[in-house]
Design a protein around this ligand. Structure first.
Ligand code: SAH
Length: 259
């Protein structure tokens, strides 16, 4: 029934088109249908070929135009018609992108699929802002967390452990809940002078970096009207930005430094 149809769960990287993989570019060129949301960003979305059918599922920061179930159904239906479907997802498909959920639904429906990893925003976005997420002198642990856990049930994050971990914390989807988890980290013993950077629209032309400390960042982010998509980086590695960000053009031009 679904002969020849296949779904590729493809990571687009964080937004700079040059950070797309060779496999992503090839598959986008070969696709009959490309199913995407806004996370890959304007430059990548503008480059999608118009010979493929393009479907914007518009799932963006709570403003869902299609539910996850509807997206799953769409992928299954197109593949069942024998089409080559690219499900283009920002960053890496399996890091907080619901790629795992989509893969499981495809498997359940008996649809062949492949995952094509992408460069994740969790690491590349700090890099473009001059922040290496680890450094032998500053952090031997990197924790990537979501600022938006599913509401039901207890948190899967051990905040006490995290606050004491002495590593780098990268928070995805962490803008609207900043005022909740930042005080929580301080309550659990993380120093209030720990540096924090928020990078909006990282790796894109309009990237903006805002910096502060655990103590100041909630206020500063409010003043600057920081918006998603943004990466929050917490830890001593943020200081390396002073030395390293000069070498990165886009970070240089658009910084809104307050530290
Ligand atoms: N799978 C993606 C993450 C999906 S969750 C990845 O690997 O990058 C969506 C979150 O990713 C956003 O809320 C934001 O925190 C982060 N994000 C993705 N692209 C970004 C970018 N270019 N700049 C800043 N944050 C980004």
């Amino acid at each position: 029934m679904h002969s020849n149809g296949k779904v590729y769960l493809v990571g687009s990287g964080p937004g700079d088109p040059e950070l797309m993989t060779v496999a992503a570019l090839r598959l986008i060129g070969e696709a009959d249908v490309i199913v995407y949301d806004q996370l890959p960003g304007p430059a990548i979305l503008a480059s999608l070929p118009d010979c493929a059918e393009r479907i914007d599922v518009g799932k963006y920061a709570g403003d869902h135009t299609l539910s996850q179930e509807e997206i799953n159904r769409l992928l299954i239906e197109y593949a069942a018609q024998g089409k080559t479907v690219v499900r283009l997802k920002g960053g890496d498909p399996y890091l907080f992108g619901r790629g795992g959920e989509e893969a499981i639904e495809l498997r359940k429906a008996g649809i062949p699929f492949e995952v094509v990893p992408g460069i994740t925003s969790a690491i590349a976005v700090p890099a473009y802002a001059g922040i290496p997420v680890t450094h032998r002198d500053h952090a031997s642990i990197l924790t990537v967390i979501t600022g938006h856990e599913q509401k039901k049930g207890e948190s899967m994050v051990d905040w006490e452990w995290l606050a004491q971990s002495k590593g780098t914390i990268v928070v995805l989807m962490g803008v609207t809940t900043l005022g909740e988890y930042i005080p929580k980290l301080m309550r659990h013993g993380m120093g209030e002078s720990t540096p924090v950077a928020i990078i909006e629209r990282g790796t894109r032309e309009d990237q903006v970096v805002t910096t502060g400390t655990l103590n100041t960042i909630v206020g500063i982010a409010g003043e600057h009207g920081v918006k998603a998509p943004a990466i929050v980086v917490i830890g001593d590695v943020v200081r390396l930005r002073e030395e390293l960000s000069d070498y990165i053009d886009i970070a240089d031009q658009n910084s809104a430094d307050d530290s």
